[in-house]
Design a protein around this ligand. Sequence first.
Ligand code: HEM
Ligand code: HEM
Length: 150
Amino acid sequence: MTRHAHRLPRWQRRSLYVAGAALLASGVLWLVLHYSAAAGELPHPLEAWAMRLHGLASFAALFMLGVLAAAHVPQGWRLTGRQRRAGQRGTGLALCILGALLALTGYLLYYFASESVRPALGWLHSAVGIAAGAGLAFHQRRKSRETRMN
Ligand code: HEM
Ligand code: HEM
């Protein structure tokens, strides 16, 4: 097995990064608009646009998680049975769990959040989202360190 044998096809890697970057950017923009000191009585008009972009990017991201579930995850799981790549199994599994939590908390935010639970649920959802972004960077950084060691 060569060290690049488990690289994602370029369209998958790019689509995942574009969707992930759009989710983070639109989520953080919404938080800044909503909670900044400059926020007035009425919601900032850009808040709705930030969520429209966020909703679009979240469908794309869930589609990409489905694409990865078909090949990357099962192949990666077999590959990481070996000691040397065991770390990637842990971070990969964490990414799957964080993705599921994002879908669940996003769904609750959209359909069930009453005004009293919404702020806490929104912060929880955002913290999971930021952790997933960091987790993705870490999932790959191990790979580049390993590549340098080879
Ligand atoms: C249990 C689940 C998973 C396992 C076992 C796993 C395993 C791996 C392995 C072994 C690599 C290294 C490839 C190499 O050395 O070239 C890798 C790369 C990568 N993984 Fe995962 N992974 C999992 C889940 C995920 C998930 C859920 C995502 C996305 C949210 C993801 C995104 C990536 C990306 C972007 C790369 C870099 C690919 C590239 O450079 O082309 N993985 N994964
Ligand atoms: C797969 C990933 C994600 C999915 C499926 C997802 C889904 C959703 C959904 C469905 C909503 C509700 C939209 C609405 O009420 O109009 C939402 C809101 C939100 N999301 Fe995400 N999201 C994801 C990632 C992220 C990330 C990475 C962040 C990073 C900061 C984030 C931050 C937010 C914020 C701040 C809100 C508004 C919270 C509120 O209304 O109180 N999301 N998300």
